[in-house]
Design a binder for this molecule. Structure first.
Ligand SMILES: *Cc1c(COP(=O)(O)O)cnc(C)c1O
Length: 399
């Protein structure tokens, strides 16, 4: 096998745009130009001694695709390079990444401090599943640093944040929360799904771990599920040991699709952020819209912090319409182009009503406390012409 970056041992010093298309390529004896897809569940050995050495970890090499696969390894190498991390472990989904991390670094009696604007399944996992194994979680208001400090216990081992948050686009100060975590002897994991490494690199800001749902912007075309844990070899080594025994490994096919997605990641994130900014500006001028939440807008309460830790505002825009649920549903039902779906991260623009979908199962009181009002809508801007998306929304806004 030969590496694509010829004789350049300092590959991580290359610019992200170069790494996004070249990092991780190991050519086979056929010298293929593009990344090969190795659809095989297991690997053969030259002889019995080699089999024994591979199983005994005395020789590096592939054994079985639950442990490692060359296509998955290529993705891991590329994603680690893009995030600026030592090492990456790819997983079957974003939730598999989060589960693998907590199983790797926590034990019964340990405590998690997490921001309260997390992805719904992450909240369920922490609050309802991990609690069965005596791992408690305290959820704190994402932007209240005093609350993060007050939540610390001697058993706090993991801090977990998502920024910007979904759907309210709250911005967590990664460097400040990292400092609180480290003072408490804990590690900080950042779910970087909304920004991707094209816009935000949490490890540079002091985070210890980056989590990805590769299902979203890393693939970017809504085709496959995938996830990743990026960080120091010490931590990813533990994650690998869990994955190897528990099994939520990424399929080589999905890894190959996500590798292709990474090649256009920055271009997509720039273009989708630009479309989101233009939509957000336009929405601010609509009489039926009472509030627009977008980190790229100067009116966002944490605009300055967002622009310090992210290169762009990202693709997700939330806004509130006058007239509650009825008015919000009218906007959705009047669209002809935008996909009505809770998913995001795609080249196709999507719209959702959080109060009746992604946040529909929590009590109305909890929703109100979290700021998810009945008039709130969330859009994830895609790559369509922004004029067409505006016209699609204008119909239901009475514009
Ligand atoms: C979708 C999502 C996840 C979960 O990822 P899956 O690939 O669906 O398992 C985790 N975090 C965030 C922020 C997400 O949007």
């Amino acid at each position: 096998m030969s590496n694509d970056i010829r004789g350049l041992p300092g590959a991580p010093a290359l610019a992200p745009d170069t790494l996004a298309v070249r990092a991780g390529i190991e050519r086979s004896q056929f010298n293929e130009h593009s990344e090969a897809l190795y659809l095989t569940s297991s690997f053969v050995f030259d002889n019995a001694a080699q089999a024994a050495a591979r199983f005994g970890d005395r020789e590096e090499g592939n054994v079985y695709s639950r442990f490692s696969n060359p296509t998955v390894t290529a993705l891991q190498t590329r994603l680690a390079a893009l995030e600026g991390g030592e090492s990456c472990i790819a997983t079957a989904s974003g939730m598999a990444a989060i589960l693998s991390l907590v199983m790797a670094v926590l034990k019964a009696g340990d405590h998690i401090v997490a921001s309260n604007g997390l992805f719904g399944s992450t909240v369920q996992l922490f609050a309802n599943q991990l609690s069965k194994f005596a791992i408690d979680t305290t959820f704190v208001p994402a932007t209240d640093l005093a609350a993060w400090r007050a939540a610390v216990r001697p058993s706090s081992k993991l801090f977990f944040v998502e920024t910007p948050s979904n759907p309210l686009t709250e911005i967590v100060d990664i460097a400040a929360v990292a400092a609180i975590a480290h003072e408490a002897g804990a590690i900080l994991a950042v779910d970087n799904c909304f920004c991707s490494p094209a816009l935000q690199r949490p490890l540079r800001l002091g985070a210890d771990i980056v989590i990805h749902s590769a299902t979203k912007y890393l693939d970017g075309q809504g085709r496959v599920l995938g996830g990743a844990v990026v960080g120091t070899r010490r931590i990813t080594g533990e994650v690998f040991r869990f994955l190897r025994n528990a099994g939520p490994a990424l399929s080589p096919f999905n890894a190959w699709v996500i590798l292709k997605g990474l090649e256009t990641l920055r271009l997509r994130m720039e273009a989708q952020s630009e479309n989101a900014l233009r939509l957000a500006n336009w929405l601010e001028g609509q009489p039926a819209v009472s509030r627009v939440l977008y980190p790229g807008l100067p009116s966002h309460p944490r605009h300055e912090l967002a622009m310090r830790q992210q290169r762009r505002g990202g693709a997700v825009v939330s806004f509130e319409v006058e007239g509650g649920r009825e008015a919000a549903w009218r906007v959705i039902d009047a669209t002809r182009i935008i996909s009505i779906t809770g998913n995001l991260g795609d080249t196709k623009t999507t719209i959702t009503h959080p109060a009746s979908t992604t946040h529909g199962r929590i009590t109305p009181e909890a929703r109100a406390a979290a700021g998810i009002t009945e008039g709130l809508l969330r859009i994830a801007a895609g790559l369509e012409a922004v004029e067409d998306i505006q016209a699609d929304l204008a119909r239901g806004l009475g514009g």
